[in-house]
Write a protein that binds this ligand. Structure first.
Ligand code: PSU
Ligand code: MN
Length: 309
């Protein structure tokens, strides 16, 4: 039987391709946060504001997704609108979902793991998101560990985030990252942030005061080999929530996951939606503020990376 070499499944938006070719700063952005992480229309508004924030800090944004069986680095506003309107009807695409979407011509919104895969293929080294997935509470029994963590172990992309939500077991999440050699940097903090709150009570590996210090560690990481880095950037003070409020909502949300038998990739979107509802929109407002904050820092880090060390 005659076989042909398949051509690349990756489409890089012309503006992004041009930036990469000229070694100009580019920041990758994920799309699960659009379709599964926030309600419409705030999801679309936020995604467009995040892109503008990246530009305002001197870098080119590349929102990443899978559309009709093609890996996309850089989306149009119309494509972002489509993903936002479709919401959870589009596949939540982590690494294991990518080959299925490619072969079947499917459409998916990429998680941190899925976005890292495509960013690395495109040659993008810096990525901004809200929070990373992690080791779930009770993982010793459920084995529910986000594919974001092994992706951070292997794929050379820096992920700027506000830490991870306290719906997870953050101590075990940091243990996993340590075991797999992933540096966790605190941006102007000594504490690993817990997304809606600024301090999980757990330490980061080192504190950085400037984007240049972050960029120096990224260069050193990649001089030693492959793999990701977590750049943990606490939610701005004005938007951070009280620990007691978040803890109470989290306990309720975890109880609902159990009672309703939610499992697999549905767990994280279910917990996020529950928190948004039970905090009367406060967590959504914080979520939007922290993503914008991460986009600004990621752009500054991408700019610093393009400077000669
Ligand atoms: N945490 C958030 N908001 C999010 C996510 C996580 O606070 O939107 C999304 C990200 O796309 C992340 C994914 O990569 O959930 C993790 O899902 P899972 O736990 O199924 O790997
Ligand atoms: Mn999971």
């Amino acid at each position: 039987m005659k076989t042909t070499m398949s051509h690349s499944p990756l489409d890089i938006q012309p503006e992004v391709a041009q930036a990469l070719a000229s070694h100009a700063p580019v920041v990758a952005l994920e799309s699960t946060i659009i379709s599964h992480g926030m309600p419409y229309p705030q999801n679309v508004q936020t995604a467009l504001r995040v892109e503008a924030e990246v530009r305002a800090h001197g870098a080119i944004p590349a929102t990443i997704a899978v559309l009709n069986g093609r890996l996309k680095a850089g989306l149009s506003a119309a494509e972002i609108e489509t993903l936002g309107q479709a919401g959870p009807r589009v596949t939540k695409a982590s690494r294991r979902d990518l080959p299925i979407l490619l072969a079947n011509g499917g459409t998916g919104a990429t998680t941190v793991a899925g976005t890292m895969v495509i960013a690395a293929l495109a040659g993008i080294r810096v990525f901004a998101t809200g929070g990373i997935g992690g080791v779930h509470r009770g993982a010793a029994a459920t084995m529910d560990i986000s594919a974001d963590l092994p992706e951070l172990a292997h794929t050379p992309v820096a992920v700027v985030c506000a830490g991870a939500k306290s719906i997870l077991d953050l101590a075990l999440t940091l243990e996993y990252l340590e075991t797999h050699g992933v540096p966790v940097l605190g941006y102007r903090t000594d504490a690993f942030p817990a997304f809606l709150t600024r301090d999980s009570g757990l330490p980061v590996d080192t504190r950085c005061e400037t984007p240049e210090q972050v960029a120096a560690i990224l260069r050193a990481r990649w001089a030693l080999g492959h793999g990701g880095v977590v750049v943990a950037n606490p939610t701005p003070e004005a938007w951070a929530m009280a620990r007691a409020v978040v803890d109470a909502a989290t306990e309720e949300a975890l109880a609902a996951v159990k009672a309703q038998g939610v499992t697999g990739k549905a767990v994280t979107p279910f917990l996020l939606a529950w928190l948004n509802q039970s905090t009367g929109g406060d967590s959504l407002a914080a979520n939007i503020a922290l993503v914008l904050n991460n986009a600004a820092l990621a752009a500054q880090v991408a700019v610093a990376l393009t400077r000669v060390a």
